[in-house]
Design a protein. Structure first.
Length: 216
């Protein structure tokens, strides 16, 4: 139950420090000048090594011993952090949706001479499409920290994200209808329905769109 930090060229030192029960034997050898190729040693490697040595010195062998409760707590924090990011991106999407829809459907569009006046429902559809796209890229890069942007995988993820968003919308409408029909005030029903649907939508995207473990 030992966690090994692979940062820096000191993997054997990690094992020696973090597990005192391993029998050891020193085998001396002599370095010679490199005959071919190029050394990987650079400033970053030296800094990583120094940082790793400091961590080993500071925490000692117990630094690698992670209890089950600590692992659960770490996963919980990571999960809740991503949920928070997902909700933040969702709020930004609402703002983008509103601004785009307003500019397209309002007389403001004509006054700034950048946009033409369109029917309000068309404007709303365009605003939703743009906000969904911005939500996808923000969630991909920030929430799920996926830096791969090759065309094929990004297109697949985008279609999956839109599909999961549609499922979330269906869940939201179903919950809203059920609660309102059971005499729960509309304002409360709307908040609850959005909260539940968004959380389910987050889990679906985490699992199927970005291929992550749910509780991690």
């Amino acid at each position: 139950n030992i966690s090994i930090d692979t940062k820096g060229y000191k993997i054997l030192l990690e094992i020696l420090v973090k597990n005192k029960e391993i029998p050891t034997k020193e085998i001396p050898y002599t370095f010679i000048d490199r005959q071919s190729g190029k050394s990987k040693m650079d400033r970053n490697v030296i800094m990583n090594y120094a940082e790793a040595i400091w961590q080993l010195y500071r925490h000692g062998p117990k630094s690698g011993q992670v209890t089950i409760n600590e692992k659960v707590n770490k996963r919980s924090v990571l999960f809740l952090s991503k949920v928070g990011r997902y909700y933040t991106v969702g709020i930004s999407g609402l703002i983008i949706n509103y601004i785009v829809s307003f500019l397209l459907a309002n007389d403001v569009a004509n006054s700034i001479r950048l946009l033409s006046n369109v029917w309000y429902l068309e404007a709303s559809i365009i605003g939703a499409a743009i906000s969904s796209t911005s939500n996808f890229f923000l969630n991909k890069y920030w929430t799920f920290e996926d830096k791969r942007f090759d065309v094929r995988s990004t297109a697949r993820q985008y279609l999956s994200f839109i599909g999961m968003s549609a499922i979330g919308l269906i869940i939201q409408i179903a919950l809203l209808y059920y609660m309102v029909e059971n005499l729960i005030p509309y304002r409360i029903s709307l908040i609850v329905a959005i909260g539940i649907a968004t959380t389910i939508n987050f889990i679906l995207n985490k699992k199927f769109t970005f291929k992550e473990k749910v509780w991690a």
